[in-house]
Design a protein around this ligand. Structure first.
Ligand SMILES: C[S@@+](CC[C@H](N)C(=O)[O-])C[C@H]1O[C@@H](n2cnc3c(N)ncnc32)[C@H](O)[C@@H]1O
Length: 296
C-alpha cells in the first residue's frame, strides 16, 4: 500500500479521522482565528458581483456563518456531497487541498525516485505523470530527499475550476514555491491542537503543504497572492486604535483593539499571512474586478 492509499484510509475511510472529528478541535485555521477573514471574503464576493459563495471542505461551517451574516447565500460542500456540475459566484476552499492525500516520493541510494509506502519503506519507481510532475515542480537532488507529489491536488482543483461558469475560484492554503521546496517534505500530523507524528491509524489529522505554483499553473489564469497582501488589499488592518479613544469611548477602543489583534494574526507573514491565495476567474469583467480587489 502506498503512503497515499493509507493516508486516504486514515482520514476518510469508514473509521477515518474526518468521519469522527471536528477540525476546530484539532487545529486553528484563519476561519477560527477571526470573523475578519470571512468578512474580507465577503468583501471579495461583493467586489466581483457575487451573491453566492460555495465553501468546499467547509468543516463545521464556521466560515458560512460569517458569510451568511454578511448577506451572502452559502453552499457548503463536505465529504460525500456532490460538487455541483456548474459553479458560480465565489468558490472558496480554505485548507482543503493540504488534506487531500497525495503520493510521496523519495530518492533511493541510486538516485531513483520511488514511491513511499505506508510502512515508510520505498516501493515502485515513480513513473508517468507523477514523474513528469516531480521533474517539473519538485526535482529531488540527494538520496533521502522526499517530495509530496502535488498532482492529486492540481487535478482536484482543476476539476473545481472546470465547473466554474462566471465567478472566482480561490484555494487558500499553506504551501511553498519551486524556489523553496523543503528537501524532506512537509508531512505533519495534528491532534488536539498540537503537532504530532503523522501516524496512519486515523487518530490524527495528516496534512502536507500545497505546491502553490503548480496549483496555479494547473488552471487557466491561476495567480498566487500571499494572504497578507490579499487581506490588506481587502481592507483588513492591524492598526491599533488611538489610545485617546480609550478615554472617550472605552468600549469602542476595546473592540478595535481586539480586532487589530485578530487582524495581526491573519496577516502575520510567518503564520497565516504567509498562506497562499491561488485564484482564477471566468468572465473578463469578473477577472478584472478580482484582480483589482486583490492587489493593493
Ligand atoms: C482542514 S479542514 C478545513 C475546514 C474549514 N475549511 C476551515 O477552514 O476551518 C478540511 C476539510 O475538508 C474536508 N474534505 C476533505 N475532502 C473533501 C472532499 N473531497 N470534498 C469536500 N470536503 C472535503 C474535510 O472533511 C475537512 O472538513
Amino acid at each position: 500500500m502506498t503512503f497515499r492509499q493509507a493516508w486516504e484510509a486514515a482520514l476518510y475511510g469508514p473509521d477515518g479521522f474526518y468521519r469522527r472529528e471536528r477540525p476546530a478541535q484539532h487545529f486553528r485555521t484563519s476561519v477560527h482565528a477571526s470573523a475578519l477573514f470571512g468578512q474580507a471574503l465577503a468583501g471579495l464576493a461583493r467586489a466581483v458581483g457575487a451573491t453566492r459563495v460555495v465553501d468546499i471542505g467547509a468543516g463545521s461551517g464556521e466560515l458560512g456563518k460569517v458569510l451568511r451574516s454578511e448577506g451572502l447565500d452559502v453552499l457548503e460542500v463536505e465529504l460525500d456531497d456532490d460538487l455541483p456540475a456548474r459553479l458560480t459566484g465565489l468558490v472558496v476552499a480554505n485548507e482543503w487541498l493540504d488534506n487531500l492525500p497525495c503520493e510521496l516520493a523519495e530518492l533511493d541510494d541510486e538516485g531513483t525516485p520511488r514511491y513511499l509506502l505506508a510502512d515508510l519503506s520505498l516501493g515502485e519507481v515513480v513513473e508517468g505523470n507523477d514523474l513528469g510532475w516531480l521533474s517539473a515542480w519538485w526535482p529531488l537532488r540527494e538520496p533521502g530527499d522526499r517530495a509530496e507529489i502535488g498532482l492529486a491536488r492540481d487535478l482536484a482543483w482543476a476539476e473545481v475550476v472546470r465547473r466554474l461558469d462566471g465567478g472566482v475560484a480561490l484555494a487558500i492554503d499553506y504551501g511553498h514555491l519551486r524556489t523553496g521546496r523543503p528537501p524532506y517534505g512537509t508531512l505533519t500530523g495534528f491532534r488536539n491542537g498540537r503537532e504530532c507524528e503523522p501516524v496512519l491509524d486515523g487518530s490524527c489529522d495528516i496534512t502536507a503543504h500545497v505546491a502553490l505554483d503548480s496549483l496555479a499553473a494547473a488552471v487557466p489564469g491561476g495567480t498566487v497572492v500571499m494572504q497578507r497582501e490579499a487581506l490588506l488589499a481587502l481592507g483588513v488592518t492591524a492598526t491599533r486604535p488611538d489610545h485617546e479613544l480609550s478615554r472617550t469611548d472605552p468600549l469602542r477602543y476595546l473592540t478595535e483593539l481586539s480586532s487589530a489583534g485578530e487582524a495581526a494574526e491573519l496577516l502575520d507573514p510567518s503564520g497565516l499571512g504567509g498562506f497562499g491565495w491561488v485564484w482564477t476567474g471566468t468572465g473578463d469583467s469578473v477577472v478584472r474586478r478580482a484582480s483589482r480587489a486583490l492587489s493593493a
